[in-house]
Write a protein that binds this ligand. Structure first.
Ligand SMILES: [Zn+2]
Length: 102
């Protein structure tokens, strides 16, 4: 992500992944870093945690501490407000890809 505009676009794409996965199943930060890596986004915890916190502050995500296999982690899931945003984002993403991928 050497370039300003690319970084901005990728950050927006990453937020879409976050919305989508938070709806599917609660996740923790490190899991999301790996998930984004599998999609070709190199992202550090210093980038992902502030995004998750700001989405939580905006009432889009909600977090809960869970202990799974002896590990205490913060799991994020989507709120009702977040679900509405995801619907809108999906519409716009479909529309965008319809136009640019033809
Ligand atoms: Zn994904």
């Amino acid at each position: 992500m050497g370039n300003k505009i690319l970084r901005k676009v990728f950050l927006a794409f990453m937020r879409i992944h976050i919305l989508y996965h938070a709806k599917k199943e609660p996740f923790f930060g490190l899991w999301m870093i790996e998930e984004l890596k599998s999609h070709g986004y190199k992202v550090s915890s210093g980038t992902i945690y502030p995004i998750l916190h700001s989405m939580e502050e905006d009432g889009i995500l909600v977090s809960e501490e869970k202990t799974i296999e002896g590990k205490v982690r913060k799991y994020y899931s989507l709120t009702g407000k977040g679900e509405k945003i995801l619907v809108e984002v999906k519409d716009k993403t479909k529309e965008l890809s319809r136009e640019i991928m033809e």
